[in-house]
Ligand binder design. Structure first.
Ligand code: SAH
Length: 266
């Protein structure tokens, strides 16, 4: 078996989990599927058996070769060699597809950002991630895992943790457990906002953990408002509130009030 720790190659060997992933993906005969990181092709074969077309996106030429041999009798499989993060989805000609992937953990965050960028083309993604990463995505306000990244993903995507997977299901055995998550892009944006400004406000809130949000918006590194911001109704009611307790609706209200009361930046 080839293995390159640097690009995070841990392989699934548990047949039961494999079945659970394939069944979670609920692939129909007309579906176009992209698999990221085929490894030795264990999941690719299951996907190729059901999907109309399978695109295999893999960075390691040795695995492409190996999986090509395994799938030599299939006519519905196309291999795309390279780093998926360099947006290899652009090489998929079909307008819509599903993604199924057991990917290296260190690319999870970047991959989620890419899924957001390509959200109009992606129906649904079934993704194996570190359990901690899944927890981070589903973190609730006020919990220690809550972050601006959780809010960023919630703005664009619906994410659900389907089941956890013990580290014993992989070889070489990783140090931590995993989880399979289902990601669906929201059909329309939650709110109409200038996204750059909206997420500057959100990131500010998490810059000063344990600081009042108002202070973060007056002194933070992403955006600094005039002290007039204290007078908007939200801060009249919640002068001391910390950003890490707030949900997207709260940030939307703050955003709207900043615009409505024309609070200048300094
Ligand atoms: N899906 C297989 C392999 C998982 S290991 C299984 O479940 O057994 C992760 C795979 O992702 C490896 O084959 C690795 O080479 C590939 N990979 C790692 N980084 C990648 C990247 N940036 N783009 C595409 N594939 C990548």
């Amino acid at each position: 078996m080839f293995q390159n720790k640097k690009i995070g190659q841990v392989f699934l060997h548990d047949k039961n989990i494999l079945r659970k992933i394939v069944s979670a993906a609920n692939i129909q005969p007309e579906d176009i599927v992209a698999e990221i990181g085929c490894g030795e092709g264990i999941l690719s074969k299951e996907l190729a058996l059901i999907a109309q077309k399978l695109y295999v996106l893999e960075i390691d030429a040795r695995f492409i070769e190996k999986t090509q041999i395994l799938l030599k009798d299939f006519t519905n499989v196309t291999f795309i060699h390279g780093d998926v993060l360099k947006n290899k989805f652009l090489q998929i000609p079909d307008p819509k597809f599903k993604i199924v992937a057991n990917i290296p953990y260190h690319i999870s965050t970047k991959l989620i950002k890419l899924l957001i960028l390509e959200k109009d083309r992606i129906d649904e993604t079934i993704l194996m991630v570190q359990k901690e990463f899944a927890d981070k995505l589903s973190a609730q306000p006020g919990s220690k895992n809550y972050s601006s990244f959780a809010l960023y993903t919630k703005f664009y995507l619906d994410i659900e943790t389907l089941f956890t997977v013990s580290k014993n299901c992989f070889y070489p055995k990783p140090k931590i457990d995993s989880a399979v998550i289902k990601i669906r892009p929201k059909t329309k944006p939650l709110f109409e906002v200038d996204e750059e400004l909206f997420f500057k406000i959100i990131r500010s809130a998490f810059w000063g953990k344990r600081k009042a949000l108002l202070n973060c918006l007056l002194k933070g590194p992403y955006i600094q408002y005039d002290k007039k911001i204290k007078t908007i109704p939200f801060f009249q009611e919640n002068a001391q509130i910390r950003g890490e307790k707030l949900i997207l609706d709260d940030f939307f209200r703050i955003y709207q009030e900043i615009l409505k009361y024309e609070i200048p930046e300094v």
